[in-house]
Design a protein around this ligand. Sequence first.
Ligand code: T4K
Length: 375
Amino acid sequence: MGNLIFKEKIFVTRPLLPPLKEYQKKLEEIWDNQWLTNYGPLEHEFQTSLKNIFNAKNVELFSNGHTSLDLALKALDLEGEVITTPFTFASTTQAIIENNLKPVFADVDEEYYNINPENIESLITEDTCAIMPVHVFGNPCEVEKIERIAKEHDLKVIYDAAHAFGVKIGKNPIVKYGDMSMLSFHATKVLNTIEGGALIFDDDELSYKLKALKNFGITPDKEEVRFLGKNGKMNEFEAAMGLCNLNNLEHVIHERSLIYNHYLECLEDLEDAGDLKVIRPQRNVEYNYAYFTIKLNGIEERDYLMDKLAEYNVFAKKYFYPPCNEFPAYDFEKNTPIAKDISDSILSLPMYYGLSLEDVGQICEIIKLELKNYE
Ligand code: T4K
């Protein structure tokens, strides 16, 4: 064990930081502009960059991903039930509840852990107004099938694409699917603005409403309070971080792919032996290598390995445990056995730009050793 202990803590992720000089340059612009927040020039520049990257009609920026999701639902004026996935971060479910909507949980698929379209239709009632799927770990949902179901039943689709910046299906940016897609730019994401989020959508009317909703409901043209809004604006320091991080992103995603593939190679034997399961990126998808997760054989083994890794200074995380329909704060039906099994057995391993391949190899050695000790 001794020689496998890391001298410094290895966390599940580390924020992507641009070269300090690049950020300082942007800070000088802020000092020159004397503009810190409320639709400043850097926010506008970042918004324009994203519109170009996605070839999108509308991109609105927000103070964080959760606020983006919350205001997306408000802007769509929804009432009733929203079919969603239980295998996600608390934010997805809570945005639904905050809007006085009822989350209805559809079980997920066993390969990519995303909402399984086969389970959606049977949950549709006359109260259903929308579907909110999540591209978990950046792996695309079955967007065509979801689109077909939504069309047939006249439902809105709001994708939680918090993990999916940079992901494409064929040549299409993933954020172009559905009525709206939400991106998170939290410090822990592939692209960060420290805190931040965005909505990507086509409908111009939504743009007007969202501008108001993120500014206390005050309409952008008439300065009237027409909606119940909140303060959800992205500031200039955050936009500056986004712009700097964008410059380096292609290289960063390439480096992440090397780390991901090294994990795959190092864990191949364990996978072949059925000791764990890994996710291989989907065919015809340009992936962003946002997370590297392993699925073990049950909760005891997962918790054992997570605790053991910590003894070696490796801090993996249980993304996502428990499933959202098991949060003690709510009393939801718990009839999603696949999500439960995944949630009980899942572990996210360190995955970030700057993690060396040597460190990946060492983490995998620890996993091999400790799973053997567990037997
Ligand atoms: N939908 C989905 C599917 C999401 O996953 C999320 C967020 C949202 C919606 C909402 O988006 P935001 O409103 O957050 O933009 C983290 C993030 O806080 C959260 O953004 C993210 N999902 C979630 C999956 O992960 P925690 O509780 O795991 O964060 P924390 O503080 O434990 O950070 C993880 C590790 O990262 C730490 O062990 C150390 C490292 N770290 C973290 C920060 C913040 C650093 O090294 N430096 C840092 O500055 O939730």
